[in-house]
Design a protein. Structure first.
Length: 131
């Protein structure tokens, strides 16, 4: 492990990695039908080599508690306008919410293993990008 390097600073929450231009995180406040897309400049000089996205619960929904995160790995259904697309380029990271205004994630409340539609106003979008 690299106990004194950039990754320790990211994990422990210090801003060294962000300030040195190695890592960028953006929490887009609330995912809702009124905000179809959002962008944020990342200052990483080039297109990030790794980008992750999670949905952070801000109010109880589908068995998730405030603060829980679900990593986003797919976007809507085939032949559908639902879902969330994440993108990065040389200057920005961002997301676009499909015009169907609905997203599904696996339920965590123990009732089924199925996916269900989230309540949009109860989730925020978190995008993390690495140089």
């Amino acid at each position: 492990s690299n106990d004194s390097g950039v990754w320790k600073n990211v994990i422990t929450g210090t801003r060294t990695a962000v300030e040195s231009g190695q890592f960028h995180i953006k929490v887009f406040p609330v995912l809702d039908a009124d905000t179809q897309s959002a962008t944020d400049p990342h200052n990483l000089v080039n297109t990030p080599s790794l980008v992750t996205c999670s949905l952070r619960c801000i109010s109880t929904d589908l068995g998730y508690a405030a603060g829980d995160e679900v990593y986003w790995s797919w976007s809507g259904a085939y032949n559908s306008n639902d879902g969330l697309s994440i993108y990065a380029n040389a200057t920005n990271v961002g997301y676009i919410l499909g015009s169907g205004d609905s997203m599904k994630i696996p339920r965590l409340d123990g009732t089924t293993g199925d996916v269900d539609v989230i309540t949009l106003g109860k989730w925020s979008v978190v995008i993390r990008a690495w140089k």
